[in-house]
Design a binder for this molecule. Structure first.
Ligand SMILES: [Zn+2]
Length: 362
């Protein structure tokens, strides 16, 4: 089935109007910024977050050396990473079409992304064709485990380690394979012992963690859109596109502001999105909307120092490293210790879902 929205999606200005432009950052608190930052800097979480960011894993490169427009270098930067490529995209779209669209959108900006591969979804000849296309296009190919086990209480270290190693032959043949590992569901272990044992394993294999600074619920919006299409193959998809783009912009804006509040400076961001039909259809629209909102897309590159030196490990409470959602953790601590947040209130997943549910009946 070829969908009505095939081809370049014309992006409507309406979306950016509905999302608070992050460049007009919502500094609504009357609290003095210096005092606020001073308080923040006294907290261990800030130290930990700084350390983590200074050594952030797979993160956006420093951007163009000689930007054509001098103002360009001041724009916040963000790189794309995409998780869970699959040869089963949806009943409405084959993987070949999804691949063509996603790679086409990236090529349109000459942008290099990083693909985090979960072997069970690609362990067949078509999977190799999918990966070859990404490899040939110059994108990074990284490890996301074989079976996508969540490294929490039900998964032992032994199981998780074996599953990580099982994925190695899947990505080994590709020239652009890079030793970055992304934890499924961004969970880094439910005990300090499990976390540390796996860190040692990663180190022994010269691996680093593929961190994320901006995560979102694109997978959920895709799920709802697919359900809608099952009910009505001719359902209008534009409202889902608008919702997705607004949601991603909102998340990026939130995390950017939070990092500014925490660190007092701009950091290069890394966006996590998933290999789904929705992103195949609307990646181009997402990228255009981010540019319009002031962001600059940059290549995902490899720049990382380990964050698990002995000293930082002691000062980095275990619960803060359970997942890659470091900013979310940091936020809860910050709000408690430093008074009212300056950052836009966190939109919960319930909010995301509630807004998305309304689309089901349009
Ligand atoms: Zn995943």
């Amino acid at each position: 089935m070829r969908l009505a929205v095939r081809g370049r999606v014309s992006y409507e200005t309406e979306i950016s109007c509905r999302v608070a432009p992050f460049l007009q950052a919502p500094h609504t608190s009357r609290m003095d910024r210096r005092l606020f930052l001073h308080l923040l800097q006294r907290t261990a979480v800030t130290a930990a977050a700084s350390r983590m960011l200074d050594g952030s894993a797979l993160y956006a490169s420093a951007g163009p050396q000689n930007p054509a427009n001098p103002g360009e270098s001041k724009r916040p930067q963000i790189a794309i990473t995409m998780d869970d490529p699959s040869v089963n995209v949806s009943a409405q779209m084959g993987w070949q079409e999804a691949n063509e669209r996603i790679l086409g959108a990236l090529a349109g900006r000459n942008l290099k992304a990083a693909l985090f591969v979960c072997g069970m979804r690609l362990d067949r000849p078509e999977g190799r064709s999918l990966l070859t296309a990404w490899d040939n296009a110059g994108h990074l190919i990284c490890n996301h485990s074989y079976s996508h086990l969540t490294y929490m209480s039900r998964t032992s270290y032994e199981e998780f380690a074996a599953d990580f190693l099982r994925n190695e032959p899947i990505i080994a043949p590709y020239r652009r394979r890079k030793p970055f590992f992304r934890f499924p569901s961004l969970k880094e272990g439910d005990t300090a012992e499990k976390r540390d044992r796996f860190r040692t394993l990663l180190k022994d294999h010269s691996y680093r963690v593929g961190h994320v600074t901006v995560d979102a619920s694109d997978w959920y919006v895709d799920q709802r859109m697919q359900q809608r299409l099952q009910q009505n193959r001719k359902a209008k998809l534009e409202p889902y596109r608008d919702y997705l783009v607004a949601h991603l912009l909102d998340r990026a804006s939130f995390y950017r502001q939070l990092s500014l509040d925490l660190l007092g400076r701009e950091i290069p961001h890394t966006l996590l999105v998933h290999y789904r039909m929705m992103n195949a259809l609307f990646l181009e629209a997402t990228m255009a909307a981010f540019e319009k909102a002031g962001w600059t897309w940059v290549d995902a590159t490899v720049r990382m120092k380990t964050l698990s030196s002995g000293k930082s490990r002691k000062r980095f409470p275990q619960e803060r490293v359970l997942s890659g959602r470091w900013l979310r953790k940091a936020e809860s601590s910050r709000t408690a210790s430093a008074g009212p947040a300056k950052t836009t209130p966190m939109k919960s997943r319930r909010w995301t879902r509630w807004g998305c549910e309304k689309l089901q009946d349009h």
